[in-house]
Ligand binder design. Structure first.
Ligand code: SF4
Length: 364
């Protein structure tokens, strides 16, 4: 099995916390789409003869593409074996016409960037939509028969309280979503929010507040029947993201478009430089091989697997690497943060917030 990720690098404006690659140049979309087609033809062999079963258009803002542009972009890919075709959307882009175009192209899963259902919090980080638009968009998607809807939330936003977060969470779960992604806000260097932090114009959420929100998140999601299957991801039974689960299991995927990353059938990673002008100028042929050795690859595996409920499978490491991991895991097992499983170790749900420290210790 294999997946394809397409990075659509256009946004209307930059949200204050975001460090994903995107530009406010929708006029470049047609040139970009043509370049994706050429890149796909040149690189599809990287997937070997694995059947492609997931397609994911992320960004940036794929929902900014017009229905015609969306049809052109999706036409490059054969949908015959695709079991899950996801598109990331912003609430204010959701219209009848666009939903029809997505459905006509074979989209069967929507990931909608809600982030909060409190208008002050949305404004504080420069989101273009309000709470009403987000809930209306979800209702519109559902009315078109789409059941596989994932909602994104952020906790730790400026001015957010446990009460406002849990209220957003309750209303979002009540909207009928079947999958939830909830991320702790991070202040990434170079973002507007990071600059505000340097200038003392924003106060980050305290550790206690973050823990309280995370604890409430886990409890509310569990009570609503969601399984917590990755540090930031929750799903109703049978609604886990196939595409993201494939990343975590090291299934090959081909990443197209500026800013995309790939992992080919021989374990080689590549990335496409974050430069849409260069991408168009070079007909989409700008991917670069990531210079990784065995140790880097093993560390990637440790980082990714310890963020999942399945955890780390020791049999995927060499005997020498296993010895190092087992030795580093000892203190974390004693503290109860790391739990032995049939195949290795998993981080306890309550300890996922400190998983960075555990992972750091286990890296080779
Ligand atoms: S959060 Fe989404 S919409 Fe906002 S700038 Fe980043 S990619 Fe664009």
């Amino acid at each position: 099995m294999a997946g394809i990720y397409v990075h659509v690098p256009f946004c209307t404006a930059k949200c204050a916390y975001c460090d994903f690659y995107s530009v406010a140049r929708r006029d470049m979309a047609d040139g970009y789409i043509a370049a994706v087609g050429r890149e796909f033809e040149a690189r599809r062999h990287e997937l070997g003869d694995g059947t492609v079963d997931t397609l994911y258009f992320g960004g940036g803002t794929p929902s900014l593409l017009s229905p015609e542009q969306f049809a052109a972009l999706s036409s490059f890919f054969d949908k015959a074996g695709i079991k899950e075709f996801t598109i990331e959307v912003n609430p204010d882009d959701v219209t009848d016409e666009k939903i029809d175009a997505w459905l006509a192209a074979g989209v069967n899963r929507i990931s909608i960037g809600v982030q909060s259902l409190c208008d002050d919090e949305l404004r504080a980080v420069g989101r273009r939509h309000d709470a009403r638009q987000a809930l209306d968009a979800i209702a519109m998607l559902a009315s078109k028969g789409i059941v596989n809807i994932s909602g994104d939330l952020i906790y730790g936003l400026p001015g957010q309280t446990v009460e406002s977060f849990t209220s957003s969470l309750r209303r979002l779960i009540g909207s009928g979503i079947t999958h939830l992604s909830a991320y702790s806000l991070s202040y990434e260097e170079g973002t507007l929010l990071w600059r505000r932090l340097q200038e003392g114009r924003v106060v980050p959420a305290s550790e206690d507040l973050t823990v309280a929100m995370y604890t409430a998140l886990c409890r509310q999601a569990r009570e609503a029947g969601f399984e917590h299957y990755e540090i930031s991801n929750f799903a109703l039974p049978s609604y886990r993201s196939r595409h993201n689960s494939s990343y975590w299991r090291e299934v090959p995927y081909l990443g197209l478009g500026p800013g995309a990353h790939s992992f080919d059938c021989e374990g080689v990673r590549r990335y496409v430089p974050s430069d849409v002008r260069m991408y168009i100028r070079n007909d989409g042929l700008t991917a670069v091989v990531d210079d990784e050795n065995d140790c880097d690859r093993a560390n990637d595996r440790i980082m990714v697997s310890l963020r999942t409920a399945e955890g780390l499978d020791l049999s995927r490491f060499s005997a020498g690497q296993q010895r190092e991991i087992i030795s580093a895991a000892g203190p974390w097992i004693e503290s109860g943060d790391l739990v032995p499983t049939a195949r290795g170790y998993a981080v306890k749900e309550a300890s996922w917030l400190v998983s960075d420290a555990i992972i750091r210790d286990l890296l080779l």
